[in-house]
Design a protein around this ligand. Structure first.
Ligand code: NAD
Length: 246
């Protein structure tokens, strides 16, 4: 199976990757729905991640939000894994043109990918809710207060991540839709394809081959031309080696 993917990668040039939290589990960042994912962790505090990571919860209980966010969504020690590195290598070879990610961890960029569309924002960008002054991640982590505040106007700083109940950036959606529409091969990986509107991006694909790589079944499995069940890092690196794309 991996060889089929290797052969496809070797023959193709207009590849787009669309991924989610499963792309980063091998870097030690838990996803939401796997065993050991954030759903299981948050069961103990009786609030699902969707509630804590929602706009209304952030506005009402910013201290509680930041306690959860800092301990579960920020992983400073995380390094790009085999999947991030394979995708970056495909981009440098001129085969892959866009990575579209639901992740907020910045690991694709750390691996060297340049054309990355972050549908759900990034932990690395933060801004004041009033004057919109920008702050790096360090400002959030090093703040002496439980809720970081703007040095200029004193208002709360909010991470530039899309919280539940918030809309996605229309420019990023448009660029993502265009990239998917133009792709000849769409590789979808490490996502349960249950978070909308991100998951519905697949519906815009008009190309030849839809490749789906995931550890567990997704609602889109029956649409895949190549369905690969397993570790995304292992599957992508095996495909790179099998056709000497490394
Ligand atoms: P999800 O948790 O709903 O699904 C992850 C999927 O990846 C699961 O189906 C799981 O079986 C699969 N998976 C896990 N590890 C894998 C691996 N090594 N190889 C192959 N498949 C693997 O995640 P989602 O679909 O991305 O949606 C959850 C939302 O939460 C998204 O918005 C996401 O951005 C956000 N989130 C982001 C991060 C991050 O930035 N790293 C972490 C947790 C959640």
């Amino acid at each position: 199976m991996e060889n089929k993917l290797g052969e496809l990668l070797r023959q193709s040039t207009d590849i787009v990757f669309f991924g989610g939290a499963g792309t980063s589990t091998e870097s030690g960042i838990p996803d939401f729905r796997s065993e050991g994912g954030l759903y299981r962790i948050s069961e103990k505090q009786q609030l699902p991640p969707e509630t804590i990571l929602s706009h209304s919860f952030f506005m009402r209980y910013p201290e509680h939000f930041y306690t959860f966010y800092k301990s579960h969504m920020i992983h400073l020690e995380a390094k790009p894994g085999a999947a991030h590195l394979a995708l970056s290598s495909l981009e440098s070879q001129g085969k892959l043109n866009t990575v579209i990610t639901q992740n907020i961890d910045g690991l694709h960029q750390m691996a060297g990918s340049r054309n990355v569309l972050e549908l759900h924002g990034s932990i690395h960008r933060n801004s004041c809710m009033k004057c919109h002054a920008s702050y790096p991640l360090q400002a959030i982590l090093e703040s002496s207060e439980k809720v970081p505040r703007c040095d200029i106007c004193g208002e709360v700083i909010k991470p530039d991540v899309i919280l539940y109940e918030e809309s996605l950036d229309p420019n990023i959606i448009e660029l993502s839709v265009r990239a998917v529409e133009r792709a000849s091969v769409l590789i979808v990986g490490g996502t349960s394809l249950t978070v909308n509107p991100a998951a519905s991006l697949i519906n815009y694909f008009r190309g030849d081959k839809l490749v789906l790589i995931n550890k567990t079944p997704t609602p889109y499995d029956s649409y895949a031309d190549l369905l690969l069940c397993g570790s995304i890092g292992e599957i992508l690196s095996a495909a790179m080696i099998s056709d000497a794309l490394k």
